[in-house]
Ligand binder design. Sequence first.
Ligand code: GLN
Ligand code: ZN
Length: 772
Amino acid sequence: MSKTHNLGLPRIGADRELKKALESFWAGNLSEETLLATATELRKRHWQAQADEDFVSVGDFAWYDHILEWSCTLGVIPKRFESLESGGDVTLKTLFAIARGIQSDDIKAPASEMTKWFDTNYHYIVPELTANQKFTIRREFLFEQIKEAQALGYQVKPIIPGPVTYLALSKGEGFSAGFDADDKLSLLPDLLTTYVEVLARFNALGIEWVQIDEPVATLNLSQSWQNALIESHEVLAKQGLNILVATYFESPEANKDFLLQFAANGPQGLHIDLTRGILDLDSFVAAWPKDKVLSIGVISGREIWRTDLEQTLARILPSVRVLGDKLWLAPSSSLLHVPYDVNLEAKLNLEVKQHLSFTLQKIEELQLLAAKLKAELDGTALSAEQQKAWEQQTQTLKNRRNSTQIHNPLVQQRLKDAQNINLHRPDYAVRAAVQAKRLNLPLFPTTTIGSFPQTAEIRQLRRDWKQGKCSDKDYEEGIKAQIKIAIDCQEELGIDVLVHGEAERNDMVEYFGELLGGFAFTQHGWVQSYGSRCVKPPIIYGDVSRLMPMTVSWSQYAQSLSDKFVKGMLTGPVTILQWSFVRDDQPRSETCRQLALALRDEILDLEKAGIKIIQIDEPALREGLPLRKEHWHEYLRWAVDCFLLATSGVKDDTQIHTHMCYSEFNDIIESIAELDADVITIETSRSNMELLDAFEAFHYPNEIGPGVYDIHSPNIPEKDWMVQLLKRAAEKIPAERLWVNPDCGLKTRHWSEVKAALAVMVEAAKELRGES
Ligand code: GLN
Ligand code: ZN
């Protein structure tokens, strides 16, 4: 009989209990004892949810992040935090200090860097290694959790990050850049010694199976890293336990030969992701070493849609017949990336709700599939209850295909017609000439990225309005007052191109989602982003259409207050897509094109309303890149085309801006240029203008505002520093094409910081123009 298991569950709690406990603990309002008790209770609940499976997962819980947990277990503590330690177990205090930085009287140390976990929106704490890094077990927490679960009577499968993936995710002084820098592999022998000790500890606890996560095994790996995987797991497989190496987020297809060889040599089992890409499972299984376990991820750990169980059954049945109980069933990845329980959604549109599957529903789907498989193999029938559930699931999927709430013929027709739209505006040089005449901006024009401080007052206003405690009219007046504050401030500072300040937006994606057709919102659909931070992504369930103008009246009002130009401000199609849960019944590119058309209408309405400069933010453009390089081209093609579809309808003298941040853009700079925005404002100051390196080989053709100060820091930047940055930029890009702006929006800052920083920025621009 096939075993069923999980690769991990969300840890934050159905009601974000962990988040709340952590934040009150950090604020000094909760004792450590209560914090520990909250977490114990959550783990208990999460194990209970897996009670019908063959194992419960231990190791998926983390106080802040599971990679940080593992670093602490391995004794990877950056030097600047060591003085917090006094021998013995690495403490929670140290763990939180590494994650959040520390500013106490005796020690001041910045947090470790945080970065995105593969192609998810989860962020992990990057391990900081040194060239002579030593690893030793320095924290008992993982072993304690195993005992905790065993005491409750569960069969435990510990989950730990794999040694090769751990090194790939690490950074360190003295190592070359890049996840697969060969010099990092010099640490592998010592690291493996510690893994062997960890496995011995598991052995002593009576563990049978251990899951070791090596998601890098499906990526573009060099020979030396492939060898590292093979050699490491040859060692780990010989420690008297069964090792299940887990890969996910990518299909095994591209690395098929390598993975088959890897499985034959090393671990007792391998988990593969069947929900991504197209793998010919039958031929994979034909070549599979039959004495090894193959765990197949059949329920998406990344999407929130009900699984097509009929189709999945048909796909996997032949393999089950070949492998028998060596074939295990699981979700594709940890369920960390999906919300907890759809049944908590009392207000969700029922038509949408029936199609959704969160953590608890996915576990049910897995059990149902396993039961059906067993019935098929034994030639028996499902229980009446299971049969009903099976039929219901099949019916729901049928409904989805025919739903009039999901499929909108007008949108589809529009999409077809849009094939004839010319995506290209006249040459930049032509546009630049008419825009210069029309806009008449000074050299080194100053601007900001869009948002101004989101004060408590603004948030209260929005909340009151949403809860019906404030009339539409009062709300409009309130927001207008905020717009006026923002405009007056920019006028006073002498900024050249103004923004309205985005007071009406809680979030740059949610705001648009709420105004577009085809979107749904949950009340409890939280997903951990980093530490205690959770996001509630909008759900794009159906064809997207613009129901009404979304920003025009705010922009128009803002423009009426000033003789200077005020930028219209929109979130781009790729970013809206990237930060939402996206329907899986059509290609993502198709949904993105629908978004692009909705935004195209908004842009043309803004233009009609007299807005001469329109910014379309695409901070998430790079995030959407597939994990494997050979798929980059296809993604970038449609992503760029969607941006062009949104923006190409405007007149030559309407200036299109875009904005990007959060990533380094050097490797996709050509695609960024293809967006053909007249102006791009882009994050660069944190990386000390690393972006400019990209311009060695590539001449960025249009105007660009390389962010001159880091808005994430409360420090007021220095004028000279900004001037220097721009002078360096001017060596690569003609001064006539440079803008002066911060790195990103200012919504997280206080007004006092914003005013002081922007005043310096305006001074810097003046100096560059030779006015001061
Ligand atoms: N216009 C948005 C703002 O200023 C852009 C935010 C972002 O790039 N993430 O807040
Ligand atoms: Zn930004």
